[in-house]
Design a protein around this ligand. Sequence first.
Ligand code: SAM
Length: 284
Amino acid sequence: MIHRDRIEAARNAAIVRPDPFSVSTAVELWTDPHISQQMLSAHLNPHLDAASRTGPFIDGSLRWIIDRFELGPDSRVLDLGCGPGLYVNGLARSGASATGLDVSSRSLAHARSVAAAENLRASYIESNYLSTDLDGQFDLIVMIFCDIGVLSSTDRAQLFSNVRRWLSPTGSFLFDAHSVAEFETRTEEAVEAPQLMNGFWSAEDYHGFKNTFVYEDTRLALDKYTIVGPDGSRVFYNWAQCFEPEQLTEELGEAGLVSELLGDVAGGTYDATSREFALIGTVP
Ligand SMILES: C[S@@+](CC[C@H](N)C(=O)[O-])C[C@H]1O[C@@H](n2cnc3c(N)ncnc32)[C@H](O)[C@@H]1O
């Protein structure tokens, strides 16, 4: 039973607009025991474009990546935020040596079990791509599903600098991002419900709020989830930075990488009306 006063207090706090990137719960979102189970189910549903893209998209993307980057037995690939290894294991099936890095032990356990069952050249590291250091250099680094958008500009600079350090002298970095067209679909809203999103946020009884904030001047959106349970409240912040390609091209340039613009991570052609685009950063 959740006390009415607690729900009322949370309702008042939920409408408070945080400063851009003033708080991050990116790691908690993917490591909470209950939420990470929900996320893993979403990842593994090939029909959902939620935690991972759909199965058919991933299959096409894998074919294109293997061909475009000429992956073979001598190739070393790194996937940042690899989740349950849908790309890492897929790329390892082509014979490449693939490494996945993620903060979610639950997703990594799934990824490792698939790799072991198929005897793949895939290995997994439980770590944070902002703070980890890695031995070795990679011919291809990927970061897929617009995860760049959860990072502040400071964290992006850190990530790009890490990527530059981990790339081999002829290496490439492939990632995708939300576009201006995506930003234009975002509108402010406030919704609340008992067991918001059908129990996604907790196995216990809860009352949930979803407050969407839009920061027009910086093309930033935030979904703020306030979850009120019998013992207290928790808040999760899902930031979504949207970009003009030129901005990321410039930032990659500052990290020492030269950009090529694409429509998506399956080799599509760039389309300014599309809600996403992809970039390849290469060592000059
Ligand atoms: C939207 S999912 C995408 C997973 C995968 N790239 C895919 O497309 O199937 C984002 C992943 O990034 C991971 N992640 C988020 N922040 C991270 C961080 N700072 N360091 C490492 N992994 C992180 C999450 O645990 C999650 O598995």
